[in-house]
Design a protein around this ligand. Structure first.
Ligand SMILES: [Zn+2]
Length: 513
């Protein structure tokens, strides 16, 4: 999995479903978007359980997966109506010759004459149905051809895997009845972790903060994640000098040291492991009480994996992540080349991580939403516990979010192409903004703030189009007044480039509520 797909650890639900499939059993996996459903059929194929038939409803989904599999070095083909005759012939030859590890098909193609015979002669090892909710008339995307998949699966005689991100109990029952001849193992993943308390803070005085954090948790075990080997060594040494039982863990240590440190982490209470992402694979210590991110992970998925190592015993556990505002605007904000879907995906995952740092609402709700799971406010995270955010803090988040959004908005446009690009925000600038905003923003409600941020986005779009500095289009104070007053005509004495566009935005926001 790591060599082919680059994942350091399983996401929730993956491992148990894979174990069932590799043991030859049938499985239905209901996993939120982003939970890595495709790995359930791609990994067996990469391991040589092949060929795997993947029934997929959309040619665009097949193409995405073929591209990413090509990058992973896993031979895969598709058979669909959007191919030339030549492509089609090559795909069939690859399948018949035993080269293709996966073959993607639309259900319409599967029910055509001869297809099942072709697959039977290729000795299919796994029959996977993606978007399996299409089987159910109860589901929101019923496709008549999906109704025949059960019969075809029975003729192929291979284990069956059905995956979907959207299947309530009734749809699940339909899928089981329609697709499977025997009762499958059913795996329903939720990303909710009701014992984890999430918190984020701008990175200032990281070591002092870490030391205070650890002192409050004396005798507890936890992991401090950093993004370089050297930092892991240095920070572990510093913490030892401060009296903590800290050990380093990274891929640069020899195997014996790594094993000794890992053993100590399991055996002794109160060991603080200062580690790179190398630490985590197969680490199943139940009573890890905290995860401290001294550096941010590169994606929201990695973040979820890493915090997921805390509190496996179900007892409360803390996850605190420090972020550098400048880094959010830089490393996390820039856009990839528009024609590279893989890079675009990576960028989106990094940005999701940045957005989680900046969200003024419930952290866990935002995290689950990133995985396609709707949830209530967790009531435990820093934002929930803080109730309504204190004004300087909220204003600081707005200021940060706004700069990152400014960068993110110009997908495919280099910073140099933006007139007078703003420097990434420094902490000092953020603090200055916060104290200035405190004076002016006493009455900004959540809805007002949302509108204010929208107006800032609109201002940036207009500024870019007209090649002006954003403040030449409208001042911050003016946007703030618009967000609060929601006028239908421009206030006396105000001038604003494209005033109509702003008033339309205000009216629209008001109408939507
Ligand atoms: Zn919360």
């Amino acid at each position: 999995m790591r060599a082919r797909f680059g994942h350091a650890a399983f996401l929730p639900g993956q491992e148990s479903a894979l174990a069932a499939l590799l043991a030859g059993r049938d499985a239905l996996a209901v996993m939120p978007t982003g939970a890595g459903k495709s790995l359930l059929y791609q990994l067996p194929a990469a391991m040589g359980v092949a060929p795997v038939v993947v029934v997929s409803p959309l040619i665009s989904l097949m193409r995405d997966q073929l591209r990413s599999l090509a990058r992973s070095g896993v031979p895969a083909v598709a058979l669909h109506s959007g191919q030339s005759e030549e492509e089609h012939g090559e795909a069939i030859a690859s399948l018949a010759g035993g080269r293709a590890r996966l073959v993607y098909l639309a259900p319409e193609r599967l029910v055509q004459d001869g297809t099942v015979e072709l697959l039977r002669s290729a000795r299919v090892a796994l029959f996977a149905v993606d978007e399996a909710h299409c089987v159910s008339q109860w589901g929101h995307e019923f496709r008549p051809d999906y109704a025949r998949l059960g019969e075809i699966a029975a003729r192929l005689g291979a284990p069956i895997l059905a995956v979907t991100a959207t299947a309530g109990p009734r749809t699940r029952a339909d899928i089981v009845a329609s697709l499977f001849a025997r009762a499958p193992e059913v795996f329903v993943s939720s990303f909710a972790r009701p014992n984890l308390r999430l918190a984020f803070a701008p990175r200032a005085d990281a070591l002092g903060r870490l030391a205070r954090f650890l002192r409050r948790r004396a005798g507890q075990s936890g992991v401090v994640y950093v993004n370089s080997r050297r930092k892991a060594d240095d920070m572990a040494a510093t913490l030892r000098r401060l009296g903590f039982d800290a050990l380093a863990y990274h891929a640069g240590l020899d195997a014996a040291t790594r094993a000794a440190h890992q053993d100590a982490f399991f055996a002794r209470a109160g060991v603080v492991m200062v580690a790179t992402i190398a630490f985590g694979m197969g680490v199943d210590k139940k009573d890890v009480r905290f995860i401290f991110h001294a550096d941010l992970p590169n994606s929201i998925e990695a973040y979820y994996q890493e915090i997921g190592r805390a509190g496996r015993d179900g007892e409360p556990a803390d996850a605190l992540a420090l972020f550098d505002p400048g880094e959010l605007a830089g490393r996390f904000g820039f856009a990839p080349p528009a024609d590279d879907p893989v890079a675009a995906g990576e960028t989106e995952r990094r940005r999701a991580m940045a957005r989680l740092c900046l969200t003024p609402s419930c952290r866990f709700q935002a995290l689950l939403a990133a995985f396609g799971e709707a949830s209530d406010r967790c009531g435990r995270c820093d934002n929930c516990r803080g109730g309504v955010l204190t004004l300087p803090r909220r204003a600081g988040l707005v200021a940060l979010g706004w700069r990152v959004a400014a960068l993110a908005r110009f997908s495919g446009v280099s910073a140099a192409a933006i007139d007078e690009p703003e420097a990434p925000p420094s902490l000092a600038a953020t603090a200055a903004f916060a104290s200035e905003a405190k004076k002016e923003e006493e009455t900004l409600s959540v809805a007002d703030e949302r509108l204010y941020r929208e107006l800032i986005g609109l201002r940036l779009a207009i500024a870019k189009r007209r090649r002006l500095a954003p403040r030449a289009v409208a001042s911050d104070a003016m946007l703030r007044r618009l967000a609060i007053a929601r006028p239908h005509a421009l206030p006396e004495g105000e001038t604003m480039i494209e005033a109509e566009a702003f008033l339309r935005a205000v009216g629209e926001a008001e109408r939507v509520g």
